[in-house]
Design a protein around this ligand. Structure first.
Ligand SMILES: Cc1cc2nc3c(=O)[nH]c(=O)nc-3n(C[C@H](O)[C@H](O)[C@H](O)COP(=O)(O)O)c2cc1C
Length: 168
């Protein structure tokens, strides 16, 4: 599970953890912050080794050695968190390897709003990424009306995430 949120409440990963608790997925954490090294991406000429020496190497190794990736993010201004986007942008250094893995993928997300259009942009972004990088989408849990951990707990979305994990 790649779960990235900058806030203390960490509402998005909370749902993600419930979502993947049905499975034995590794969760990728970071000690060294990803995205702080300003050296130019693509200096490796694709397929690395990456010139930026940070914990992205852990993400890379894990993704190239797993069956599935679960993206967990809060909705920030109608997109994924900048932190998750930074991790995804680093796919650039192992784009072909990742493409050939045909990983299963899922999206777990939370947002304050509850109207029909809330997740349009994020959904389109996720589906386009999945198509481009040859992932096999296993489903999305779009948790609208989940503005805080207590709102999320009261909603049915953690259970939906759990059921998504179970049916894989
Ligand atoms: C910077 C920021 C931008 C947000 N943008 C949106 C938004 O566009 N639409 C929405 O419904 N909620 C938005 N929210 C609310 C969060 O999606 C919601 O509170 C979520 O539960 C936060 O999860 P987190 O604790 O993992 O950050 C935003 C919150 C923040 C802090």
């Amino acid at each position: 599970m790649v779960a990235r949120t900058p806030r203390e409440s960490r509402n998005a990963p909370r749902m993600g953890i419930r979502g993947v608790s049905a499975l034995a997925f590794p969760q990728i954490g970071h000690k060294k912050r990803i995205g702080e090294d300003r050296r130019c991406c693509m200096r490796c000429g694709y397929e690395g080794p990456c010139v930026q020496k940070d914990d992205n190497e852990i993400v890379r190794r894990t993704l190239l050695d797993t069956d599935m990736v679960v993206f967990a993010t809060p909705l920030y201004y109608y997109g994924m968190s900048a932190q998750l986007k930074t991790v995804i942008d680093r796919f650039c250094a192992y784009n072909s390897s990742l493409n050939s893995r045909h990983l299963k993928s899922a999206l777990l997300t939370v947002a304050w709003n509850a109207d029909d259009r809330t997740f349009d942009a994020l959904e389109a972004n996720y589906k386009t990424l999945v198509r481009y990088i040859n992932f096999n989408d296993m489903g999305m849990v779009l948790g609208c009306g989940c503005g805080s951990p207590s709102m999320t707990r009261r909603s049915g979305y953690p259970e939906k995430a759990y059921q998504l994990g179970r049916k894989l």
